[in-house]
Design a protein around this ligand. Structure first.
Ligand SMILES: [Mg+2]
Length: 270
């Protein structure tokens, strides 16, 4: 909580992601302007992580797809209570969507990126698991921060839209990619890029390894832009033996052994 909502380090990471994205937008818009063919960075139906399909864009208008929570928006009002120990509750989150729109801030750098996108005539499209029932409140919250225009069904896609089910976002990504050439995506969870990362059959180690595959590794910072979130979500799992493999366990040398009695190297500071 201190890191994400309070630290300069997290703000700097966010600027790094969004300025990288802004530069990428300018680069892709320039490619379009000189007649180069572009491809979507949305993995199409039938893709696997080892054999992705990225469709040609034709002359579709350009767009970037953004997650909302802890990507474009910091939910300060809601998370302050969570930091105080109030457990997550779906009804409470629903009330937050309806009435908390004034108690948020934009993620550092997000509005700078939006400005760059507008200058290049690139649409900003939100794909979120917030509820469709609260679409007008979410649109108003985003507009209040400076993310307008936000139009449900065009630049705002929510849980249940495009016959999407559960927390999966692929169905909505595919619907967005039918209308727009999605040149970039940003999110704080792997599911903001493809649902394939969250396949239930994927073991803990395999999930971590899957972001570094032949086709996935090259997309980070080059079409896919990830924001920090150490507070909640799909990243926060793994047993002790999974996070810290047994073959990398270390124990300090016994007292009196050469390793602990050797003189410390001299450190000169000028
Ligand atoms: Mg999020």
């Amino acid at each position: 909580m201190q890191f994400l909502y309070g630290s300069g380090e997290a703000a700097a990471l966010s600027y790094q992601a969004f300025f990288g994205l802004a530069n990428y937008i300018i680069s892709m818009a320039s490619d379009r302007a000189v007649g180069h063919d572009l491809r979507s960075v949305v993995m199409s139906p039938g893709s696997t992580l080892d054999a992705p399909i990225f469709e040609p864009c034709g002359d579709k208008p350009l767009a970037v797809v953004l997650d909302i929570d802890e990507t474009a928006v910091l939910n300060l009002g809601f998370e302050a209570d969570a930091a105080s120990g109030v457990p997550y509750d779906q009804a409470r989150w629903d009330a937050w969507e309806r009435t908390g729109g004034g108690d948020v801030t934009a993620v550092p750098g997000a509005l700078d990126m939006v400005k760059a996108a507008k200058a290049e005539n690139v649409a900003v499209v939100f794909n979120s698991n917030r509820s469709t029932v609260n679409a007008d409140k979410t649109a108003a919250m985003l507009a209040g921060l400076g993310f307008a225009p936000v139009v449900h069904g065009d630049t705002l896609w929510l849980q249940g839209d495009a016959a999407s089910t559960g927390s999966g976002k692929d169905a909505r990504r595919w619907a967005i990619a039918k209308k727009y050439c999605v040149i970039a995506m940003a999110g704080d969870q792997l599911g903001d890029f493809t649902d394939l990362f969250n396949a239930s059959a994927q073991a803990f180690e395999a999930r971590r390894a899957s972001v570094g595959g032949r086709y996935t590794s090259v997309l980070w910072g080059h079409g896919w832009f990830i924001l920090p979130n150490p507070v909640y979500g799909s990243a926060l799992k793994g047993a002790m033996g999974e996070v810290f493999p047994l073959d990398k366990r270390w124990t300090p040398p016994a007292a009196g052994s050469p390793a602990t009695t050797a003189p410390a190297p001299e450190i000169k500071e000028k």
